[in-house]
Design a protein around this ligand. Structure first.
Ligand code: PEP
Ligand code: MG
Length: 317
């Protein structure tokens, strides 16, 4: 039985009714990649590239970035690697970036907004990604998108960099859905972006207007809030209508209790911390799609996260 469990941990994940759900890993370093593979990750759904940029006086040059991305790609074998472009804002001191003293850094020049303000850094990172990660394995993802106006200039820059490097194959460029604006516009965004991945950490803080780093309001921060779930429902619907996939790479993806609700809302990829992957795969394998859709409907109609959790526990019992 033990050997069978270990083998199953490395098999692709399917629900009890046969529906395929991809279980990916979030990575924030080179060493995370080995842990993810050992845990049975089918790919990387979010590489947080900030670790390359923090706690230093100058930006990492192209070769250093390329080398790091290529080591992570090699560790993942032929599994897909979704590299998120730099997601830094005024809450982190980075001397070489144009960050003033912002009163509300979470609402300021962060994520793709910073990249659009510094296209030179963005270009360098895109070059390093395309040179470091084989085209068949490479996907790129943009943080903090609000609408297509944030997406299109990066798409153009990426096409330019591809031409510069002589890469003929298209490279998938997806977006994180972590602002309520992007969630509400998911349908139109999905007509141009190659995939959508929901960052529930930020989506929750922006939806509930509660700072994710402020202990005084941490009680309020629960991604299973019905208001957040209704936005996730919009994303699931919008992606499906456009024929794209929608995943979750925020902390909610690591919670097996949330899995049936997310799947019932149309999510087909969960990117979790490596340690959560074996348990998550086991939980998803027990699920049935009809039951998930029913549960998700009830969860969106609930009045509180506590009620959502009770519904999920009841459905899983
Ligand atoms: C998120 O916001 O849910 C997310 C995955 O991004 P980060 O936690 O890195 O902001
Ligand atoms: Mg985020």
């Amino acid at each position: 039985r033990h050997t069978r469990d270990i083998a199953a941990a490395h098999e692709p994940c399917r629900m009890a009714d046969g529906t395929r759900i991809k279980i990916f890993a979030n990575l924030g370093s080179v060493t995370d990649a080995a842990a993810a593979v050992a845990a049975g990750a089918e790919g990387c759904g979010l590489l947080r590239t900030e670790f390359l940029f923090l706690e230093r006086d100058t930006a990492p040059v192209e070769e250093e970035q390329r080398d790091t991305y290529s080591r992570i790609a090699a560790t993942l074998g032929d599994r897909p690697l979704i590299v998120r472009t730099l997601d830094i804002g005024g809450d982190k001191p980075v001397p070489y970036l144009p960050m003033g003293n912002e009163e509300n850094p979470a609402l300021g020049l962060r994520g793709v907004r910073l990249s659009l303000a510094r296209p030179d850094l963005m270009r360098l990172q895109l070059r390093a990604i395309l040179r470091g990660v084989p085209a068949s394995q490479c996907r790129i993802m943009l943080p903090m998108i609000a609408d297509l106006g944030d997406y299109r200039p990066v798409r153009a820059l990426l096409d330019d960099v591809r031409a510069e490097l002589g890469i003929a194959d298209p490279v998938q460029l997806g977006v994180m859905i972590e602002t309520p604006a992007a969630a509400m516009l998911a349908g139109q965004i999905a007509r141009e972006a190659d995939f959508l991945s929901i960052g529930t950490n930020d989506l929750t803080q922006y939806t509930l207007a509660a700072d994710r780093g402020n202990a005084a309001v941490s009680q309020r921060i629960d991604a299973l809030h019905p208001a957040v779930l209704r936005l996730i429902r919009e994303v699931g619907k919008g992606a499906q209508a456009a024929g794209r996939w929608a995943g979750v790479c925020g902390g909610l993806a690591s919670d097996p209790l949330a899995a049936p609700i997310l799947i019932g809302l149309g999510i087909t990829e969960l990117s979790a911390t490596p340690a959560a992957i074996p348990g998550l795969k086991a939980a998803v394998r027990r699920l049935d799609m009809n039951a998930c859709v029913k549960l998700a409907g009830k969860a969106c109609d609930a009045e509180s996260p506590a009620e959502v959790r009770a519904l999920a526990r009841e459905a899983l019992a």
